[in-house]
Ligand binder design. Structure first.
Ligand SMILES: [Fe+2]
Ligand SMILES: [Fe+2]
Length: 383
């Protein structure tokens, strides 16, 4: 990396988060070409709107069969970022771990590092098949680290699928995080160096933002994931944002969130993985936010895809701003969605519209039946 990350003179540092790009190597159909066009349009418009100091890709980034294919895809997808010379970070998603791509974690990292403003590195080479690192943000007027960013690899599938579909962050990663955070604390005069954390798969504690749906809420509720799949959920009152699917967290909890609380440095954590969720809130004083798809390559809720802009404050790490900026809000029109999905872009609208139309049709049928009966009765009387 050429230049370190640093707060601007106005004391701000802006991070643009792109959830699950899911970029495909083969743009071999007209629809794939249109999806690529829309995804690039979103990226360019969002970069110009937010002018970030850092872009973070939240995992599930590129599907490619060879390193050459991966590089070609990376260069294509990140061109708007590289042309604007914006620092770039990423975390591995479960699909980046999938061996179907035949591209190793180290090879992916090497491709990212071909961009001179990529801040990613492997701080944990002793941990096999796992890329974890951090980047300090320096003061606006000195080389003192003021805040820190963690980038954590949430691994892939749990070895025993009868217990959990998704894996969690492993003990050796948590050990490394706690040890490194202790070093930062010592260098920071004994106070934890306040940090934001980026990770693909959310921690199970995001379910604290949800409650079981009441029967009349079922049309707008989502099914839980894994051990919670027997229940339907809605967001608790006061939780901001949108939930389009049950959060796909690990069904086991090995204490990552508890480790954050014990260490005392984590102000906020940002997750990808759930393509249709962008809700946010606090659990035990730690802010957590979901980040839905920043594009249209994989399943999502149409025009509600977008990026999240997080603006950090040099003078107070707990006073930060976090907001979603969606496709349509950037003045864009999708070329890869049909008229219906362009218009009704989320599950709640779809369910409510279906329910309303069913009620209208049922009402029409009943009214037609009543009118027909009256006509028949009248004809009988006339006879
Ligand atoms: Fe994922
Ligand atoms: Fe994904």
């Amino acid at each position: 990396m050429n230049t370190p990350l640093r707060f601007s003179k106005n004391g701000k540092f802006k991070i643009m988060i792109c959830g699950d790009p899911h970029v495909k190597a083969d743009l071999d159909t007209p629809l794939a070409i249109r999806k690529d066009f829309d995804t690039q349009a979103l990226l360019k418009a969002a970069l110009d709107e937010t002018k970030p100091d850092l872009v973070v890709l939240m995992g599930d980034i590129i599907s490619a069969k060879t390193v050459e294919e991966y590089r070609k895809c990376f260069m294509h997808y990140t061109r708007p970022i590289r042309e604007r010379n914006i620092p770039l970070a990423y975390v591995n998603g479960n699909h980046d771990h999938d061996r179907q791509s035949n591209v190793s974690m180290d090879e992916m990292l090497s491709v990212f590092q071909e961009y001179e403003n990529c801040v990613a590195f492997n701080a944990t080479p002793e941990i096999e098949n796992s890329i974890n690192y951090y980047v300090n943000i320096l003061s606006s007027d000195s080389d003192t680290p003021k805040q820190n960013l963690w980038f954590i690899d949430s691994n892939n599938l749990y070895p025993d699928s009868s217990i959990s579909k998704y894996d969690c962050v492993h003990d050796d990663q948590i050990e490394w995080y706690e040890k490194t955070a202790a070093e930062f604390k010592e260098a920071n005069g004994g106070k934890p160096l306040k940090s934001m954390l980026f990770q693909h798969i959310p921690v199970p504690e995001v379910y604290n933002f949800l409650r079981v749906a009441k029967p009349w809420e079922l049309p707008v509720a989502v099914k839980g994931h894994g051990i919670r799949s027997d229940k339907y959920y809605v967001l608790r009152e006061g939780i901001k944002g949108y939930m389009g699917e049950g959060p796909c967290t690990p069904c086991i909890n090995n204490g990552q969130f508890a480790s954050w609380k014990k260490t005392g440095d984590i102000v906020g954590a940002f997750f990808g993985h759930d393509h249709m969720n962008d809700f946010e809130g606090y659990v035990d004083g730690i802010y957590m936010a979901q980040n839905k798809l920043a594009g249209l390559f994989a399943y999502t809720d149409g025009c509600r895809c977008g990026v999240r802009l997080v603006t950090l404050n040099e003078n107070d790490p707990h006073v930060f701003n976090s907001k979603m900026i969606r496709f349509k809000e950037l003045g864009l029109s999708p070329t890869s969605l049909g008229p219906v999905t362009s218009w009704m872009s989320d599950r709640v609208s779809v369910n409510l519209t279906i329910a309303r139309n069913v009620a209208l049709v049922a009402g029409g049928v009943i009214a037609a039946g009543v009118i027909t009966k009256k006509i028949i009765d009248k004809n009988r009387k006339d006879k």
